[in-house]
Every structure is written in structure tokens, then in C-alpha cells.
Ligand binder design. Structure first.
Ligand code: SF4
Ligand code: SF4
Length: 247
């Protein structure tokens, strides 16, 4: 892929993320783990639950592409990224596994308490399909986004994705299953022999990963990689490739 088309791929990715962020007033209730719990308390499988299930299935082939290309929470953190320079301490990544276990336990508890899944309602909580329809909801969303900003500001780049988000964990599990079996999937690969150690790939990584180290260690697989392709598109030597492959 030429340097020009590489840059245009990132332009397209950022444009998609901005559109995703702007669509939030319509889409929020279809992507919220909190709305899933609200529905579960009434025995309702919400649009969010359907989406989370679909993301898990998709992750068997494309890992965390959702995080890198489509998620409005990820988009928000990238919009704010000029003030978030530091990398997340990798040990904090584990916190989100605890968050996810708690969230799944609460989900099961609520569904059991409601007598199981009694109905499926993709439009649960929305008005004419729109999520944010009142000042109260808007204020609540403003608070949530302030908290996401605060977490990323304190923890580091994409700190919410790395430290808190339960959706990420579902996709990481999907990726682990894929890796165990080894069927073809979207992935990074690198030719370390061509690397000039400039470090541009690490600087470009929105997840704050040490991509240069990954190249040097011949280990291009990471649970925290969101397959955004920023590293591949930044590398001046074309060391990193992005595409489908086995193993
Ligand atoms: S390693 Fe590359 S593809 Fe993965 S998140 Fe970082 S920049 Fe994106
Ligand atoms: S950007 Fe490319 S050449 Fe520079 S350190 Fe990363 S892999 Fe090596």
C-alpha cells in the first residue's frame, strides 16, 4: 500500500470515528452496557445486548476492530488525545476483567430475578429509535463522557478502553479463541529486518502500545491492539503489514 493511500486509510478511520461520535444521540442506547442491565432487570434483551453478542461473534474474525474504527467512546478519547500523552501502565489493563466479571454476574442476577429472557426489544429505552431525547438523558451522557475523559486523562491514552470497558473484554475473549484455533483473521505482521528503530509506530499507537518493541520481539499480537492500522500507516519503511492471515 502506498504512503498516500496509507494516510487516506487513517483519514477514513478518523472520519468514521467522528461520524460515530456525532451519531451518539441516536445510537447510545444500542451500545450501552448500563442499558443492558436496565433491560435485564425487566427480562428484556435490549439492542445493546444484541450488539454486544454480535461484537463477540465478529471478534472471532476481526478482533477489536470495533474499538479502532467504530466505537464512539473510542472516538471521544481520540478527539481528546492531544492532551493525553502518557501510556497506560499495562498492569491496570487487568482491572477491566474484574469489571467484566462483576457486570456479567449482575447481568445474570438481574435476568434470573426477572424470570429469564422474556422479550427481545432492539429499541428498548429509545423514543422513535433515538436514545437521547430529554435534557436529563443529555446531562447523564455528558457526565459519562466527562468520566471517560477523566479516566483517560489520569490513566493514559485510551485509558477507558484499556482499564474499564467490558465490551473490550468480550472481544479479547473472542480473539483468544481465534488465536487458539488459528483460523485466518485480520492481524498485524512485521518484517523486523527492515526496522530502522525510529519509534514512529509506538508514537502513533492510540492504545499507547510499545509497537516498536512488539516488532523487535516478533510478537505482533496484543490483547490491547484495536487493529486501527495507525502503526502500519505511519511506519516509513513499510515494516508492519495489516491484513488477513492465519496463525
Ligand atoms: S498496535 Fe498498531 S494496529 Fe494495534 S492499536 Fe496500536 S497502532 Fe493500532
Ligand atoms: S515505525 Fe517502522 S521503522 Fe520505525 S520503529 Fe516502528 S516498525 Fe521500525
Amino acid at each position: 500500500m502506498s504512503q498516500k493511500s496509507r494516510f487516506s486509510r487513517q483519514t477514513i478511520r478518523r472520519a468514521i470515528l467522528i461520524v460515530s461520535f456525532l451519531l451518539l444521540p441516536a445510537t447510545l442506547f444500542y451500545i450501552s452496557p448500563i442499558v443492558i442491565l436496565m433491560g435485564a432487570a425487566q427480562g428484556i434483551a435490549t439492542g445493546s445486548l444484541l450488539l454486544f453478542t454480535a461484537l463477540f461473534v465478529l471478534s472471532l474474525g476481526v478482533s477489536r476492530v470495533w474499538c479502532g474504527w467504530l466505537c464512539p467512546m473510542g472516538a471521544w478519547q481520540e478527539i481528546c488525545s492531544p492532551v493525553m500523552k502518557r501510556r497506560v501502565d499495562g498492569r491496570r489493563d487487568r482491572v477491566k476483567y474484574g469489571v467484566t466479571v462483576l457486570w456479567l454476574s449482575l447481568l445474570a442476577y438481574l435476568f434470573i430475578g426477572a424470570g429469564g429472557i422474556l422479550a427481545v426489544d432492539p429499541f428498548y429505552g429509545t423514543v422513535n429509535g433515538f436514545s437521547i431525547t430529554s435534557l436529563d438523558t443529555l446531562m447523564m451522557v455528558g457526565f459519562i463522557f466527562f468520566m471517560i475523559f477523566a479516566v483517560a486523562f489520569v490513566m493514559g491514552r485510551r485509558g477507558y478502553c484499556r482499564v474499564v470497558c467490558p465490551t473490550a473484554v468480550l472481544m479479547i475473549v473472542g480473539r483468544k479463541i481465534r488465536n487458539a484455533v488459528g483460523w485466518p483473521a485480520l492481524r498485524l505482521a512485521a518484517d523486523a529486518g527492515r526496522c530502522i528503530d525510529c519509534g514512529k509506530c509506538s508514537k502513533a499507537c492510540p492504545m499507547g502500545l510499545d509497537v516498536h518493541g512488539m516488532v523487535r520481539e516478533g510478537r505482533m499480537e496484543s490483547a490491547e491492539c484495536i487493529l486501527c492500522a495507525s502503526c502500519a500507516d505511519t511506519c516509513p519503511e513499510g515494516v508492519i503489514t495489516y491484513g488477513a492471515g492465519g496463525r
